[in-house]
Design a protein around this ligand. Structure first.
Ligand code: FES
Length: 342
């Protein structure tokens, strides 16, 4: 019971995420690639020609000293700029005259326009101090053009990303598919939520095996290939009139419902709903833990037990509630219900 309860809870948790994996994976592969493509209207600017000779780099070497890793010439602006790489990060300088670089609105607009192949007019660059983490951890400039958002780095004036409705949908699908539910989680199959889910799935498998073993030990496990036993279970109605006979397969509930569901349950044999209660007409077995949990002392004294918790055998049992009898009659009212079930 304990294992079965855990197995059910874990199955819900792991099953839900597996359904989400399936749905998002299928959606990602079935939607047209162009619809989800971040860069569908993005063009990569070609390098501009820069004036030569380049200015003397001595001031930069002196300013960054030991921390200097290298100097590149970047061509993504109307005028090329220096990218000074240091151990503390990158610094940007105008080349002529040599001076620290801060992009102007005109330059940002030029960069956005150069990266965009659509026809919609561009908005004025707007500073976004807390962009989405998937775009940047630092402030960015945003330029919109129709459905497209163009994100530009504030330090270098380089285009970081283009986004549009399709790419937002893709981001949501990827977030669910990779369980990217926490900040800094990132996309990948080695993230903490996926590791937790893998452990849950493993525990679900183990609790399933434990459930099978405990059912096997209790004699209430029915395997699909198990043949009917030679013993016969006789079932009577509330007034002790014969209703039907069944060949025994595992529990009383499984034997009775083997071919046609005539005893309804809510827990499917889990021992928690109490709807499979039957009254033993002779030699009631010892009550199990589940019997004691689901049935009152008076019922136990009358010989009432849970049909899902006891192994069927040569025995006589009767229905124990009017609701059971009503359900049984409704299920068998078409007269096709044979007196003895296989
Ligand atoms: S089927 Fe629910 S308690 Fe037996």
């Amino acid at each position: 019971m304990k294992w079965q309860k855990w197995h059910r809870i874990l199955a819900w948790m792991a099953g839900l995420q597996m359904i989400l994996w399936l749905i998002t994976g299928l959606t990602l592969s079935l939607l047209p690639a162009d619809l989800l493509n971040d860069s569908k209207d993005r063009v990569r600017s070609s390098p501009n020609v820069i004036a030569t000779p380049l200015p003397d780099l001595t001031p930069l070497l002196r300013e960054h000293g030991d921390k200097l890793l290298g100097v590149d010439v970047a061509h993504h602006l109307p005028q090329a700029v220096y990218q000074v790489k240091t151990t503390e990060g990158d610094h940007w300088y105008r080349i002529k005259p040599l001076a620290p670089f801060t992009p102007t609105i005109a330059e940002l607009t030029w960069v956005a326009a150069a990266s965009y192949s659509g026809n919609a007019p561009l908005s004025r660059p707007e500073l976004i101090t807390s962009p989405a983490q998937s775009i940047s951890n630092t402030p960015v400039y945003l330029v919109t053009a129709g459905d497209t958002q163009i994100y530009i780095d504030t330090a270098s004036a380089r285009v970081i990303a283009h986004k549009h409705t399709g790419s937002q949908i893709k981001q949501w699908l990827l977030m669910i598919h990779f369980m990217d539910y926490f900040p800094d989680n990132g996309l990948g199959f080695n993230a903490l939520p996926i590791q937790i889910m893998a452990l849950l799935a493993l525990t679900m498998g183990l609790s399933g095996v434990a459930t099978l073993i405990s059912r096997g030990l209790a004699g209430t496990l029915v395997l699909p290939f198990k043949l009917a036993g030679s013993k016969t279970l006789e079932v009577f109605d509330l007034e002790n009139r014969p209703l039907a006979e069944f060949k025994c397969r595992g529990s009383l509930l499984q034997s009775i419902n083997h071919k046609q569901k005539t005893l309804t349950t809510r827990c499917g044999g889990g021992g928690s709903c109490g709807m499979c209660r039957l009254r033993w007409l002779e030699d009631a077995p010892e009550p199990t833990k589940q019997d004691r949990f689901a049935l009152s002392e008076a019922m136990l004294t009358e010989g009432v037990r849970l049909g899902c918790q006891h192994k069927a055998g040569n025995m006589k049992v009767a229905l124990s509630t009017p609701a059971q009898q009503k359900y049984w009659q409704r299920q068998t009212s078409d007269d096709t219900h044979p007196a003895t079930k296989g």
